[in-house]
Write a protein that binds this ligand. Structure first.
Ligand SMILES: [Zn+2]
Length: 352
């Protein structure tokens, strides 16, 4: 399912680019700016089973994107400056914000040197359980269980199911099936319980992923000390907020802000919703983030920014730099707004 969707997106991007349609549509759809979403930035790794590869781009690609944006004359700005331009209606120049979710160690190792050298501001959204070493990067746990076994069993919908995953093709198919099955669990607890039992049965150490991949508080503090870097909130436990009670949503947002403030002496004014798609963050979450006083909050709903977004600053769309499409021409099409305008049916706001 996810694979099919990616193929359609890629097909759409290629045809938009080669037809030149994005140039024709530009004045209609390009908006006033865009916020880019990134996760990992690191050199490519060997291995054919990398189902989470969409979440990483190479240092070389990031460098090329930054250079291309600079050449194209857009301003690369911080979230605070984006907020100012949006609320004051200052749209003299187009702008792009770079944002990195989850606080991975490669943000310090690879992203920071590139953006520091280029003098480009950026934001990191930190789920506080990750540096607290209590985080569950469940999508990586699932990947590890499937990678290390040729057959796995799982209690699904009231019965024991067995799955073969000896070949790369089987592993990819099984990851997709189980990933979307997990995402569809009615509660976050049910999803986490299923992942925990898989990890326990197949001897995958859940805590090890945080230790290995995520920055510690002292590492985050190095970045937070640089005026180029904005530290944003990304909840405590990185849940799909729509599945929690209203009180729990409020607590996830507010507590994460207080924990970051206690650890780094900076109070985050910006928020990113975990997962961030329609099934993870919607009108209730947008309202709570606004009530709590966040200046901006970002989703992963695809789109560029229009002046009208100043009416819904806690429901902002972003453009994801996807590891499967590391071509500058894709970035140009996405930033033209043409691809996301088609995706959104030419509707500019999507804040419900
Ligand atoms: Zn995240």
């Amino acid at each position: 399912m996810a694979g099919l969707k990616q193929t359609i997106i890629r097909g759409g991007l290629e045809s938009l680019y080669f037809s030149g349609a994005h140039i024709a549509l530009r004045s209609f759809v390009q908006g006033v700016g865009a916020i880019l979403t990134l996760h990992h930035v690191r050199p490519p790794r060997p291995g054919r089973f990398q189902p989470n590869h969409i979440l990483e781009v190479t240092p070389r690609f990031l460098t090329r994107v930054v250079n291309a944006l600079r050449r194209s004359g857009v301003d690369l700005i911080s979230l605070d400056e984006m907020h100012r331009r949006m609320t004051e209606g200052d749209f003299k120049r187009r702008f792009v914000c770079l944002t990195f979710d989850d606080g991975y160690r490669d943000t310090l190792q690879w992203t920071y040197p590139i953006l520091k050298k280029a003098g480009v501001p950026f934001a990191i959204y930190v789920p506080t359980s990750f540096p607290d070493r209590l985080g569950e990067l469940w999508w990586l746990v699932l990947e590890a269980v499937i990678a290390r076994n040729t057959r796995i069993g799982l209690f699904i919908d009231g019965r024991d199911r067995k799955f073969d995953c000896g070949t790369v093709a089987e592993k990819r198919a099984l990851f997709d099936e189980l990933y979307w099955w997990l995402r569809a669990r009615p509660t976050e607890k049910e999803m986490r319980d299923a992942v925990r039992s898989l990890a326990a049965y197949y001897h995958v150490d859940v805590a090890a992923f945080c230790d290995e991949l995520c920055m510690s508080w002292p590492e985050i503090a190095v970045l937070a000390a640089d005026p180029l870097v904005t530290i944003g909130a990304h909840t405590v436990s990185h849940p799909m907020l729509t599945k929690l009670s209203k009180e729990a949503v409020r607590s996830e947002m507010d507590l994460s802000r207080s924990v970051i403030e206690a650890a780094l002496a900076v109070r985050p004014a910006h928020l990113s919703y975990p997962i961030g798609d329609r099934s993870s963050a919607a009108a209730r979450e947008f309202a709570i983030a606004a009530e709590l006083g966040f200046k901006t909050a970002v989703t992963t709903r695809p789109g560029v920014l229009f002046p009208e977004h100043n009416q819904c600053m806690t429901a902002l769309p972003r453009i994801s730099l996807n590891g499967e499409y590391q071509r500058l021409r894709y970035v140009r099409v996405l930033l033209s707004g043409a691809a996301t305008a088609m995706w959104n049916g030419f509707r500019r706001l999507d804040a419900a």
